[in-house]
Design a protein. Structure first.
Lengths: 480, 492
């Protein structure tokens, strides 16, 4: 029997606010332990939560981008459980009435376009961090850092619409780039700003009922998600092949072994005793607020990609590459606005620029070359002031120094040689110095032409107009 | 100065400079020192801080305009006071010192009040007798072998015994009104949301409300004017404008319509209490008010609804007392160096840190919220709560206030009901519905038993209409002289 996987994801994304969801503490990452805390986020006796409006607006933004309906009334609830990193003994979350429901996301899977329905988006606070390792007395003690406690999150829950580990990873990647694009999330998975759990089951191909699922936790990179799902799908299929039954349980992915291991069974699952949090009134989000958030949203990547094709005549591939991040697409448009031809700007950005940024460990935001400077370089090529070959070197200098292209060209005397007399002089010299190659060419074996062009360009230190060199060399060889 | 002077008298004397805040404070502290050993009204007396605050009040340029200039105040020990331990009368917080002031405490101090101490109460405000205190029961100044009521028992005792003219309490199901009734005081529970809960150690968040104990209705109006108002730190506090409660006093009872839920008020009520209640209604009628028979059909379910909602919320609110960050942590068995695992630490800390009644309510509330029971208990209770609220809304279409006894009985003897928590719960019958409906309610003295125990009359008003409620209470107070009676204390 052939099986197919059925996968749904639960993604926790930290909302990029300056302060926490229910108090005024900073959300900055990397502060010394317990530096960003106050009585509210430490759950001191008598404190009360006050909802951060900026977090709500970001949650609305994410919900709209996911095609969700933003619910006019949503309700914060308490999820009750004991753990030392949970200061109040409950997490404030949304349960029966989330901020948004019923969305749809289309994305490019490795094997074609895919659609995933979004069940819900709900807001909640993060817990603190238990530090079990790294201290002299870690064998006996656990330390607690509450800096993260009260950080605003959205949990995005999908329907079980994914059918392969690679689709799931592609969806997660798509979601990440969208959230980062919107400024909702910083996309930093190492710092835990974006985390993913997966619900996975398998069933015989052709059937429609769902198999028993396992929840796999700790999938905090695209690669881990894919590896964990591949392992888990195979494990469940093996269980069924051997006549066994998949157990409903929570499993943890161990990135060292690439395996998932059982964490707790359904019977051991917590009863969270959810109930509406009496400290927080229902959250009312009116149509006007939703409209205001929608109006403040940047053009989304898919729309921008399509527009790049239509407006600039770019190939689909270029448009897709340039809309990988919002910053890239904005750099591109700025360069075009500064006068660069769209295809030329695209080529430079995807080629040399991407390579040099990568080598320098930078992204587009850290580029030493501005869009206007790139446009300046393209203009020099268009005017014929420098050749494409010379331009590469000039661009490298620009990336290294941040100087303008024309300044570099002037300072280094890189202006292209177009003068016919000057080029003919160089050609005469090349013909004189390479009698063998010349004779071979004239005997009909024209393959040596390239060699001779190369010699001429070399003699001109690369500055000669290559088109003119071609023409004049051919004429010299064939007319003599 | 007469230790039983009203808040108004003390305030006026300090404003006019005939008394200094330090003099008033020194006398209050002396009175506390003399009687607290017997009455156990205070868990902590804040002598040094109080004198420093009094000196600061005397030095303030705006002293003449301070609404509570130099007024000593006892603060229930479930309200946070910065730098002063706040225990909720629980072992689990025996040494807990808050890093911040509750909003109400900050408001009182800004208005010139001087905090003289933290008042005893039932542990985490759970109880009606003040017997559930880790620091022992407070005693009723009218009969020291009797309970002062609860949970804000110590606050009531402080005012009744002339230790301070003002005390703060909290009222979740009657915890201000019932002790006020049992100690012969005015006790006001404002509309839910009228007074900030920030800094109040939560018992049941949707029911809790802070309010004053005073000797007179006018004092209650002065205190409420200071306490009331929106607090950005409490999302459930109301933006409704605050009325001039003092200016609202003095209205005649003529035309006042008083609703009386007859079927409710004669169930299981002590004979002397019932007589005092009927006489109080006659006083109103003579003063020009009309009585209207009303029905509150859902109110009979108020006690079960209250104990479902309150315990459910409490079970969650008290989860933070886990020994991890602050407060008491149980010592591991096995001597120095021994260490419990996490679950054992949690279990032992909460077992040793909480008293029996608190544990009983945590267990009840945990059960109420459990999967499979939530709909039958918590959800159903919330639905009935809506019905109770509607009953009152309906009643207020034809009446201005609703009158009931505050407590079915006068103060009982310490220890008398300890073995029967259910009987204790049932005595909350007249007070809990105001909390469930979020309505303002006041208890005022309306007589004494043959054994000289105070009896209270409760009036309930419309949401955010404390003005009418206080005016109605004041109209009765003007016709009677109960507030002038004071208890005789043995060594005063």
């Amino acid at each position: 029997m052939t099986y197919e996987a059925v996968i749904g994801l639960e993604i926790h994304a930290q909302l990029q606010t300056a302060t926490k969801i229910f108090c005024g503490c900073s959300t900055a990452f990397g502060a010394p332990p317990n530096a960003n805390v106050c009585p509210v986020c430490l759950g001191f006796p008598g404190v009360l939560p006050v909802l951060n409006r900026a977090a709500v607006d970001l949650a609305i933004k994410a919900s709209l981008a996911l095609g969700c309906r933003v619910n006019e009334t949503s309700v914060f609830a308490r999820k009750n459980y004991f753990y030392p990193d949970l200061p109040k003994g409950y997490q404030i979350s949304q349960y029966e009435q989330p901020i948004a429901s019923a969305g749809l996301v289309e994305f490019a899977g490795p094997d074609g376009p895919r659609r995933v329905q979004i069940t819900r988006v709900h807001m909640e606070e993060d817990a603190g961090k238990s530090l079990h390792e790294g201290f002299a007395d870690s064998d006996r003690k656990t330390y607690l850092d509450y800096n993260r406690a009260g950080t605003p999150l959205v949990e995005i829950v999908t329907e079980p619409d994914l059918r392969s580990a690679s689709d799931a990873a592609a969806f997660f990647e798509h979601l990440r780039s969208m959230l980062v694009w919107l400024g909702v999330n910083d996309g930093n998975m190492e710092e835990g700003s974006l985390r993913c759990d997966a619900n996975v089951s398998v069933r015989p191909v052709g059937t429609t009922t769902l198999g028993t699922k396992a929840e796999v936790k700790n999938l905090n990179s695209f690669r881990f998600l894919q590896k964990a799902l591949e392992y888990e799908i195979e494990r469940q299929i093996d269980v069924l092949h051997e006549g066994g039954r998949v157990k409903q349980e929570t499993r943890l992915f161990d990135s060292a072994t690439g395996h998932t291991v059982s964490m707790r069974s359904k019977e051991e699952a917590h009863d969270y005793r959810y109930f509406p949090d009496p400290d927080l009134p229902a959250l009312i989000v009116g149509a006007a607020r939703v409209d205001a958030v929608r109006a403040s949203m940047p053009e989304l990547p898919d729309a921008r990609r399509r527009r790049f094709v239509a407006q600039y005549g770019l190939p689909d591939y270029d448009a897709a590459q340039l809309t990988q991040t919002r910053a890239m697409s904005e750099f591109f448009e700025a360069a075009v606005a500064a006068g660069a031809g769209p295809k030329a700007a695209s080529n430079w950005m995807m080629g040399e620029m991407a390579r040099l940024l990568k080598d320098g460990g930078k992204d587009i935001n850290g580029s030493p070359v501005t869009p206007a400077q790139l446009a300046g370089l393209v203009a020099l090529i268009d005017k014929g002031t420098i050749s494409g070959a010379i331009a590469k070197g000039v661009f490298e200098t620009m990336m290294a120094t941040g100087r303008d292209a024309d300044a570099i060209v002037a300072a280094e005397g890189l202006t292209q040689i177009d003068d016919e007399g000057q080029i003919l002089g160089i050609i005469a010299d090349v013909i004189a110095k390479n009698p063998d190659a010349v004779a071979t060419y004239r005997s009909g074996k024209t393959a040596t032409f390239g060699f001779l062009v190369g010699q001429a360009m070399k003699a001109a230190a690369g500055k000669a107009n290559p088109k003119r060199v071609n023409e004049l060399l051919k004429r010299a060889l064939e007319t003599a | 100065m007469n230790p039983f002077a009203t808040l108004r008298e003390v305030r006026d004397a300090v404003q006019h400079g005939t008394r200094s805040a330090v003099e008033v404070c020194t006398e209050a502290l002396a009175r506390i020192e003399a009687h607290n050993p017997q009455l156990n009204a205070f868990n902590t007396v804040t002598r040094d801080e109080a004198l420093a605050q009094a000196r600061a009040v005397d030095a303030r340029a705006d002293r003449r305009s301070l609404p509570l200039a130099g007024v000593p105040v006892a603060v229930k020990d479930n309200l946070c006071t910065r730098g002063i331990r706040t225990t909720a009368s629980s072992r689990i917080l025996e040494r807990f010192v808050p890093p911040y002031d509750a909003t109400v405490v900050a408001r009182l101090q800004a208005a010139g009040a001087v905090v003289v101490g933290k008042a005893n109460c039932d542990e985490f405000a759970m109880g009606s007798s003040n017997e559930n205190s880790a620091f022992g029961p407070a005693r009723n100044p009218w009969a020291t072998d009797r309970i002062p009521g609860g949970s804000s028992g110590g606050s009531a005792v402080a005012v009744a015994a002339g230790m301070s003219p003002l005390a703060l309490g909290s009222d979740t199901g009657g915890s201000i009104r019932q002790p006020a009734a049992l100690c012969g005081l005015v006790g006001l529970k404002p509309t839910y949301g009228r007074v900030s809960r920030y800094g109040l150690l939560a018992f049941a968040s949707s029911l809790d409300q802070v309010g004053p104990f005073t000797r007179t209705v006018e004092d209650a109006a002065i205190a409420l004017s200071v306490l009331a108002g929106h607090d950005p730190a409490d999302a459930t506090s109301a933006p409704e404008p605050v009325a001039d409660y003092v200016a609202a006093l003095g209205r005649s009872a003529t035309g006042l319509r008083i609703g009386v839920p007859r079927t409710l008020v004669h169930q299981g009520v002590d004979e002397e209490v019932a007589r005092a209640f009927d006489e109080a209604l006659e006083v109103y009628v003579r003063a020009g008010a009309t009585l209207v028979d009303i029905e509150l059909p859902s109110a009979s379910a108020a006690i079960p609804v209250y104990y479902l909602v309150a315990t459910a919320e409490a079970s969650s609110n008290l989860a933070r007392y886990d020994g991890v960050r602050y407060g008491f942590r149980a010592k591991a068995e096995g001597g120095p160096g021994a260490q419990d695992d996490l679950r054992t630490m949690y279990g032992r800390t909460r077992d040793e840190g909480f008293g029996a009644e608190v544990k009983r309510r945590i267990m009840l509330g945990t059960y109420v919220l459990s999967a499979g029971y939530y709909d039958a208990y918590y959800l159903k209770a919330q639905q009935v709560r809506t019905l109770i609220r509607r009953d009152y809304e309906h009643a207020f279409e034809s009446v201005d206030v609703v009158a009931m006894p505050t407590s079915p009985t006068p103060a009982f003897r310490i220890g008398e009901r300890v073995a029967d928590p259910l009987q204790m719960y049932l005595a909350d019958i007249f007070t809990v519905s105001a909390n469930l409906a979020g309505l303002p309610a006041i208890s005022i003295p309306c007589g004494f038993t043959s054994g000289s125990l105070p009896i209270g009359l409760q009036l309930t008003g419309r949401v955010f209409d404390e003005s009418t409620l206080l005016a109605a209470a004041h109209a009765y107070e003007r016709e009677t002289s109960w507030t002038s009676r004071v208890p005789v204390l043995s060594n005063s």
